[in-house]
Design a protein around this ligand. Structure first.
Ligand code: SF4
Ligand code: SF4
Length: 335
């Protein structure tokens, strides 16, 4: 099994002109992704199997199938190829076995202290009724010949942060995630996102951590497919300034360089030096200063930035980081 090329790509009207390959390429470029986003679809009874998916030779858990997909292979997963009976039941492919439904297995694994906790966890987790779906399909997004229900990213916290920002970009809304340390890819990333039509995160679960290659620094974020286009549009806007600046850590070097572990508490003094020759008068420092420390003045006939209210400076280094001319220096000392 390997990555397949030259496939007919599914063009989706409602995500404008971006097809699955273009969506995957855009996310990979904008977020510098390590792994392909994975397209996940639950196939309804009677629904045709998409093109260019293969049935694995041996059963896999849903989390393992996602791992295989993010490495480039598209899979058709009927119930007989699901190695995790819990995951298959949660996604509505098979009935749940009485032993799993009762919660007693969670006690054997010592993942919960008593049957009451196990039953509460099971009752509160999202799942579909048995027979709602007949198979799961997973594929690297760039190769998906179908319209997925959700797209799952295996990513780092910094990349998750930008996807959260992109999701809130047009609304300013906060995220309320519905997650647990149990049943990560089936319940929290697939069923929960299909049902709620909201982005959700997961840090993985016992099974996903023990049986896939996900590393200790990676986690998952799942998005309804119909939100991908607007995420790309917002990420493009964030990429114009915020993402590259944060990645360059523009405020860090002067702060780190000036830290002295003196053990002294209390007051400090700030000196702000603005190099007149370098300053082009762009006013960025004045605009970004949260404490109105700086203002523009005419010096020798030219408009230059000046520090006029230094006592109010909180030493945030925003002006230093934002000045395109590197004209500003801060000296912060304990008094
Ligand atoms: S940001 Fe730099 S160049 Fe622009 S006005 Fe301030 S000091 Fe001058
Ligand atoms: S360090 Fe922060 S508070 Fe001080 S002048 Fe610069 S932007 Fe303003």
């Amino acid at each position: 099994m390997g990555k397949r090329y030259g496939k007919k790509l599914w063009l989706i009207e409602r995500v404008k002109n971006l097809n699955n390959k273009e969506l995957a390429e855009s996310f990979t470029k904008l977020l510098t992704l390590r792994w392909s986003p994975v397209a996940v679809k639950l196939l309804k009874p009677g629904e045709a199997i998409p093109e260019n998916v293969v049935e694995p030779s041996t059963p896999l858990r849903h989390c393992q199938a996602i791992t295989v997909a993010r490495r480039g292979t598209s899979l058709y997963m009927p119930p007989s190829k699901h190695a995790c009976p819990d995951g298959a039941a949660i996604m509505g492919l098979v009935p749940m076995s009485p032993k799993l439904r009762s919660g007693e297995l969670y006690l054997l694994f010592k993942k919960l202290p008593n049957i009451e906790c196990a039953q509460k966890m099971i009752a509160s987790r999202p799942e579909f009724d048995p027979g709602t779906y007949r198979a799961s399909i997973v594929a690297p997004l760039e190769d998906a010949t179908f319209e997925p229900d959700v797209v799952i990213f295996t990513i780092y916290p910094e990349q998750m942060m930008w996807l959260c920002c992109a999701s809130s970009y047009g609304s300013g809304e906060r995220h309320v995630f519905h997650t647990s340390g149990y049943n990560a890819t089936c319940a929290d990333l697939t069923v929960q996102v299909i049902k709620s039509q909201k982005m959700n995160i997961s840090f993985g679960c016992y099974g996903a951590r023990a049986i896939t290659e996900i590393n200790d620094f990676e986690a998952y974020l799942s998005v309804p497919y119909n939100q991908l286009q607007s995420l790309i549009e917002s990420l493009e806007k964030l990429s114009a300034k915020s993402i590259p600046e944060a990645r360059r850590k523009i405020y860090m070097p002067p702060v780190i360089d000036s830290v002295a572990l003196t053990g002294q508490e209390g007051a400090y003094s700030v000196k702000i030096r603005i190099n007149e020759e370098r300053c082009t008068g762009c006013e960025l420092c004045v605009a970004f200063c949260p404490e109105a420390v700086l203002e523009m003045k005419t010096i020798h006939g030219a408009t230059k930035a000046c520090a006029t209210d230094v006592e109010k400076c909180c030493a945030c280094y925003t002006c230093v980081g934002q000045c395109p001319q590197k004209a500003i220096q801060l000296e912060v000392r304990p008094e």
